[in-house]
Design a protein around this ligand. Sequence first.
Ligand code: BES
Ligand code: MN
Ligand code: ZN
Length: 523
Amino acid sequence: MSRILLGRLSSVRRTSTIPKFQRRLFSNAEKYDALVLGAYTNAEEIAFSATPDISSATQKVLLEQLAASSFKKAGDVRTLYNVGGVKQVAVVSLGKKEDTDKGEAQQLASARMASALGIQALRKQGAKNIGVDVSVSAHGAAEGATLAQFAFDKLKNEKSREEVIQVTPFSETITKDSNLDWESGQIYGTSQNLARMLMTTPSNLMTPKLFAEEVAYLLAGLENVEVIVHDEEWAKRQNMNSFLAVAKGSDEAPRFLEIHYRGTTEDQAPHGLVGKGVTFDSGGISIKPSNGMALMKGDMGGAATVAAALYGISRLQLPINIVASIPLCENMPSGKATKPGDVVRAMNGKSIEVMDTDAEGRLILADALYYTSSTFKPESIIDLATLTGACMVALGDVFTGAFTNSDDLWKRLDESGNMTSDRFWRMPLDEGYLTEMKESTVADLNNLGKGRPGGAASAAAFLSQFVEGLDAKNLGELQNPAWCHLDIAGTMDDGPLTRGFNIKGMSGRPTRSLIEYYRSFTK
Ligand code: BES
Ligand code: MN
Ligand code: ZN
């Protein structure tokens, strides 16, 4: 601390004539070395969102300081020092009050962003024990706080690792009409952080075997969850030849994770979840350019978000049933690898000509989708996959692409994405994209089609051929099961310009949207 600051502090103490009990200007202030406060920046005035907890004297000091620093728009952060007995106070703009009043999604968004930005600012300045104002949305504030603290530095030397800090709610929540609270927000945030951790871990430390072990460990001890780890022999007995065709180029043995979450009675049909778990995608014999290949450690993002969502769902003990299938393998070139032109027979009996070994995601999902739909007869299936560069080209890192035959499912998913600020954009699911895949001269299907043009939609159309119960003639229409394919290639990692609760690196998206989607059935 500088001498000037010390001097000021002591002079405040000496000249103060305020009785002791009034000097504690924030309630519980002594517990914290820093606070994050939310404030509305309306056209005319600045107003705190949690006035009951701040004495009017403190408020006045803070508001004067803010007004002098052109504190105006949503996301603006100002740190003030030594006010009301607290060393550091970060005030974050929640935007206009009237915007926050628009509904729960907007309240969640404001609180989430404000808490994340405030904590990031304070953490850089050495704060260790932070109190957060949660008056706009306790759930949103907890999500922001949890997501903002994610760091993957366990492989760095001890000195350069970030210190663990304490963050707790400081003011009471005012949203009582929702069962979302600080704790549920922490669960949502922690779940996404789990997915980030799984995706960020380098592929040598997150092989199919290690992924399965890690997830079994994470879910162990949670109620109503059963994790079954199937090996290669099991997959062979199931005739999962499409999955095995991808796995066989690698020296790492594949795994097939089957997870059951039983949150309600057995007579309720489960929801199916399927996640692409390619722990490293080199492209195989159709090898990728080396530039950027390192990112392909995240090609198990579907698997990671499915496992992480199940973690959150189990912590919340949502009253629904879920069955999840996660095929795990590496896509590698070798003397044993599948070669372009090879033909494999998938579990459902369809033959596939592998025109491009880099279109491997659809090959492993083909068997996982058929296994899930034929074995468990789920009422709906959602699959998640870092499937196509084409989807990344179409939507960037803003929206996850959603391909579904169900308007109801879409509506629910769309609303869930708005609640979590991790959104979806509906894309075409149409038999028109299938034609190109049916032009193999030697097999029922080829895995490439036209490749890049419309590549995200043709991948989705390919997958539909392996969902039992779907009629290929009317792909876009509602059928049983309701099915949705989510292409998360574009949202796999967040760019360097992201801030607040979205941080640079593997995103763990859309874990929170998945949890919210399933919670919406139980509201
Ligand atoms: N894992 C990739 C897709 C991907 C690309 C994910 C970029 C995340 C970021 C997938 O297996 C792949 O290689 N897809 C090919 C398909 C093509 C050969 C039809 C692609 O998109 O180029
Ligand atoms: Mn690939
Ligand atoms: Zn891939």
